[in-house]
Design a protein around this ligand. Structure first.
Ligand code: UDP
Length: 240
């Protein structure tokens, strides 16, 4: 294994990371670029798990607002959307020669394994990338909470939160030219200032289980690999 800072990493990718900016669904080229970045990390020998969102297909709460669909049904639909994304990531990674398994928190046994912690650990030990779908398996929460949960139970050394910007900013850098990037935050600061990083529940779970979070730009080539090698990239959230 090459020199790396983290032995086991959980990568949280939002559904919008699978489509073009402002788009919908899955874009093969965007997916291919993301898979290339993941391969650079896998090639370091890092044990890698991925939690994928579903916002590029369905977000339960917005769907319920604009339709007769009950909110809870919308959330289950959102969880199923993450399974679709997980299968897309699986095939793309395997096309690059990586070995993967998908495990879902909602039962869809024709297409993937159910989530089983011990089995997932075994996959990692064998060098397989484990893609977790279905979020937490429960409605009314998001895949950020799923990411924090899986990172905690898999005892990941870090949760890497992939975004389209370089980290956490004082304001939305897409809208405010004076927005400044913050290099380091405590869990408390993120929670108390309600910084739009991840759900409060997700940050709190990482705090309780001492899982550091690094918010970084997945779309800068080589960035995720550099994070795993220990370079100071993005915004690091940890400590009291
Ligand atoms: N979802 C859920 N429980 C979970 C994870 C996700 O009900 O544990 C639903 C929820 O409706 C959410 C949708 O699935 O809006 C898609 O997930 P998310 O919004 O987290 O996707 P992302 O923003 O990461 O693409």
């Amino acid at each position: 294994m090459q020199q790396v800072k983290y032995r086991r990493v959980l990568l949280k990718i939002s559904g919008e990371g699978l489509c073009r900016s402002g788009g919908f669904g899955i874009d093969g080229e965007v997916l291919g670029r993301m898979a290339g970045e993941i391969k650079l990390v896998a090639d370091l020998g890092v044990q890698l798990c991925i939690v994928v969102g579903g916002g590029n297909i369905i977000r339960g709460s917005s769907l319920a607002k604009d339709s007769p669909i009950e909110e809870v049904t919308g959330h289950y639909m959102g969880m199923l959307a993450t399974v679709i994304n997980a299968l897309a990531i699986q095939d793309t990674l395997e096309s690059l020669g990586l070995v993967t398994r998908v495990q879902s928190a909602v039962a869809v046994d024709r297409v993937c394994e159910p989530f089983t912690r011990r089995r997932a650990l075994r996959h990692l030990e064998k060098g397989r990338i484990v893609i977790f779908a279905g979020g937490t398996g429960n409605p009314f929460v998001t895949t950020d909470s799923g990411g924090a949960l899986r990172a905690s139970e898999m005892q990941a050394d870090v949760l890497l939160k992939a975004t389209k910007v370089d980290g956490v900013y004082t304001a939305d850098p897409m809208k405010d030219p004076n927005a400044r990037k913050i290099d380091r935050l405590t869990y408390r600061e993120v929670i108390d200032k309600r910084l739009a990083v991840m759900d409060v529940a997700a940050v709190e779970l990482c705090r309780q289980n001492r899982v550091p979070i690094i918010v970084f730009n997945l779309y800068t080539p080589g960035n995720m690999r550099a994070v795993c090698e220990g370079r100071d990239i993005g915004t690091r959230i940890d400590g009291d």
